[in-house]
Design a protein around this ligand. Structure first.
Ligand code: ZN
Length: 244
């Protein structure tokens, strides 16, 4: 989005100010406030990196699920759509791997395994489409023991910037959304296909555990999804605004 009108900017100011005082605010509900003195986060300019947002899974691949059967694919998409709005309103160009509940495999591919493989190849092609991009893949976690909770960022060492970005995202999620979370970012290998083979700074955000009933309730809540999205947005924006 190239043009940003003043009203939207003012709304954004309210959104970004709100997070400093209340992590429970509804960040995608932009409320109007007439205050011309506050700055927009970052500067609106065209040399910003393209933001590639990947909502994990989709279509027949629901990903992991909460105990009451809510799959992560919809939660991932909600967070990504919220992130898209936040980035676009701040002057970033955004590309999504999917904007609806579907797999993005090539037409004519037969069989679930082949479709999944094609889907992942196509997602990676979007990750590597732009030489100047930042790629975020959004997922929810699951474990056999329901006691575990908390977001965790994954990165590969195939891009030297990814670790730094992952730490920033981890820090912002803890600061704004999960103050009790003391997880550390985690290095991944080829098993996280998109992270490993992406040529751009890339982080996979496991936003929380659907296997933890308490956290699952939060993750299903749209306001909480917006808080997670804002935390990720703030981290990426800080990363790009400071040149690292
Ligand atoms: Zn997943």
């Amino acid at each position: 989005m190239k043009k940003i009108n003043k009203k939207i900017i003012k709304r954004l100011i309210v959104v970004t100010s709100a997070v400093a005082v209340c992590a429970g605010a509804v960040f995608c509900s932009y409320r109007y406030m007439d205050n011309k003195t506050l700055p927009v986060i970052g500067s609106v300019q065209s040399d910003k990196p393209v933001i590639v947002l990947d909502a994990g899974h989709g279509g027949i691949d629901g990903g992991c699920s909460s105990a009451d059967g809510v799959p992560e694919k919809g939660i991932n998409l909600n967070i990504v759509l919220c992130l898209r709005d936040m980035f676009e309103i701040n002057g970033y160009d955004v590309e999504l791997t999917r904007s609806e509940d579907r797999s993005i495999h090539d037409d004519g591919i037969e069989g679930i395994a082949n479709q999944k493989s094609s889907d992942m190849d196509n997602r990676l092609a979007i990750f590597n489409k732009y030489p100047n991009a930042i790629c975020i893949s959004v997922h929810q976690n699951q474990f056999t023991d329901p006691k575990y909770s908390g977001a965790q960022m994954f990165y590969a060492d195939t891009n030297s910037e990814s670790k730094y970005l992952a730490q920033k995202m981890q820090d912002k999620i803890v600061e704004y959304t999960q103050p009790e979370n003391n997880r550390e970012i985690k290095l991944c290998g080829k098993e996280l296909f998109l992270c490993y083979f992406s040529k751009n700074p890339t982080v996979m955000a496991e936003c929380g555990f659907l296997s933890n009933p308490e956290e699952a309730e939060k993750l299903k809540d749209e306001d909480y999804q917006k808080q997670i999205a804002f935390s990720i947005f703030a981290a990426v924006n800080e990363y790009t605004s400071k040149g690292k």
